[in-house]
Design a protein around this ligand. Structure first.
Ligand code: ATP
Ligand code: PRP
Length: 238
């Protein structure tokens, strides 16, 4: 919790400086798109589309609620420091961040995929592991990969990448990658296969402890409304 208290900056007063605005940090793309119906069920509709607007602070149908648009991996940082009251972040991102200074009260069950180890088709992963050969693994998810291989007692050399992990085994940068897999189309298109499953991934609502304490009367009803929306969404998907 240290970040939430020691490094807290004054929360944003986005639309009306006289009203304390509740800010929700979202990333553009699938998290924004999949959070939208849940927010709508809670009565919150952003008034602009981040795909067409260059604005980074979006007013919503609720005058004292604003959405701020940040990189997916920056969402926990904004919430940790109280620069946003709430946010939506993938479990993959939260594991890399570490979760310091954040409450994670709700699995929104959106942006679902899996974290997995993949290699080129035909690569003898099991044999390489059994021989105890030195393995190079490229990933954006260094903390998760480190923990996964350490739990298996495997020593691997991790290479940090920021995207297009699938390219690494094809160019000889690494023997394997740790990446997210959903349909499997990206792996298939690059002649890669999953050799180990690590964990299921979905996105969580995260809340700053300061907001939970100081804006509880506004945060709590929103949490409850989103919780109901998740249950309804589950019913529609099953
Ligand atoms: P950054 O911009 O910080 O690099 P990113 O490009 O990974 O982040 P997105 O691609 O929008 O951001 O992914 C946001 C979240 O959606 C991820 O953190 C993950 O939890 C989830 N996700 C990523 N890829 C998929 C996928 N193919 N299917 C479903 N969910 C996914
Ligand atoms: C993610 C992930 C994989 C792909 C997997 O990338 O890094 O490359 O999705 O999805 P699939 O199994 O359905 O093919 P994303 O689409 O987010 O691209 P980006 O990381 O370049 O933003």
């Amino acid at each position: 919790m240290e970040g939430a208290t020691s490094g807290r900056i004054t929360p944003l007063h986005c639309t009306n400086p006289t009203v304390s605005t509740l800010t929700l940090a979202l990333s553009k793309g699938r998290i924004f798109d999949e959070t939208l119906p849940l927010l709508a069920a809670a009565g919150i509709v952003p008034l602009e589309d981040p795909e067409t607007s260059r604005k980074l602070i979006l007013a919503t149908s609720m005058p004292d609620v604003a959405v701020v648009i940040v990189r997916a991996s920056d969402v926990p940082t904004y919430v940790q420091y109280g620069a946003a009251d709430l946010g939506v972040a993938g479990k993959d991102v939260l594991l890399e961040h570490g979760g310091t200074g954040l409450y994670q009260p709700l699995d929104l069950e959106i942006a679902r995929c899996r974290m997995a180890v993949a290699t080129k088709r035909g690569f003898d992963w099991a044999g390489t592991v059994q021989r105890g050969a030195r393995i190079r693994v490229a990933t954006k998810y260094v903390a998760t990969a480190r923990e996964h291989f350490a739990a298996k007692g495997m020593h691997v050399d991790l290479i940090k990448l920021y995207g297009s992990m699938e390219l690494a085994p094809l160019c000889g940068l690494a023997d394997a990658i740790v990446d997210l897999v959903s349909t499997g189309n990206t792996l298939k298109a690059n002649d890669l296969v999953v050799v180990e499953d690590i964990m299921p991934i979905s996105s969580r609502l995260i809340v700053s402890p300061a907001a939970l304490k100081l804006k509880r009367d506004r945060v709590q009803p929103l949490l409850e409304a989103l919780g109901r929306a998740v249950v309804a969404q589950r019913g529609r998907k099953s």
